[in-house]
Design a protein around this ligand. Sequence first.
Ligand code: KG4
Ligand code: ZN
Length: 339
Amino acid sequence: MPPIHILGIESSCDETSASVCVDGRILSNVIATQEVHQAYGGVVPELASRAHIQHIVPVVDSAIQQAGISLKDLNGIAFTQSPGLIGALLVGAGFAKSLSLALDVPLIGVHHMQAHVLANLIEDPAPSFPFLCLTVSGGHTQIVLCRSPLDMEILGETIDDAAGEAFDKSAKMLGLPYPGGPLIDKYAASGDPSRFHFAEPVIPGLDFSFSGVKTSILYFLQQATRKEPDFIQQNLADLCASIQHRIIEILLKKLKIAALETGIRQVCLSGGVSANSGLRKSFTALGERQGWKAFVPRFEYCTDNAAMIAITGYHRFLAGRFEGLDAQSSARGHWTAEG
Ligand code: KG4
Ligand code: ZN
């Protein structure tokens, strides 16, 4: 069988990305990050759509060039269909539809969260099926049971904020700029994680909640700065370490239960928050204690990227799961059992 070339396109939020995957191997992964949002303290949907329109042609061009192929080699065009910012999604969808029509190759719709899980298949060694994946990003926190590339089940998810939001909102309370997650990580490195204690949520099953922790941090800081206005500056490292410690504890406690309940010992991390050095260290240590085979994709495959869209597209191509040119994009995008 001749090699299968898939182009992946990701445009769900503030990263415009394109990637070429050949027979499941990633040959390029080009990512244009939108700096325009920094001044606003968060992603501005309208600006995101405009930036995607500016970036998408050069980004796809570079991905094709870096892979050393030409457009006519492509056998399928995969794009992020849901979930995401609707205006941003439509840019990638419109581009993918046009290219699939022009090249007369199948169009493949990809669920962004399923792609985060399958990012783990890019690396060598890759987990074998079934595996568990904790996906932690700015918009989502999920524990997924992955039985095959097309068969996934959400075992637990956040009922309020995502883990990345918990990091970013806590950072904002500490006066740190957006996105604050990486800064909390940086300051936490020299802090004492046991110095301050923040509320622990009591949520049944495998779901998560971060709103209680957020409120407890807010009340604590309000009280402390009333007594000592420079409290945050004087205790920044310990505050960051204690906040990070609590968020990681919440995540790993549920992941451990999921592994015990399912008996699955291949466990993965994905999503932008898996860049957190404390989370990586605690995840690896927990894996060793529990006897897991633990996997974390490299950083460029953890944050939003098109390589994960391309590899998911490749598996959908093999299964003949194609979309028509009338494919609808969806901001929420529900998750069907058959993927
Ligand atoms: O997956 P991602 O790049 O974008 C989506 O949300 O889909 O995740 C971004 C999130 C942000 O909330 C950011 O603060 C967080 O990942 N993040 C981190 C770190 N690096 C990125 N959080 C904690 N520690 C980090 N080192
Ligand atoms: Zn994402």
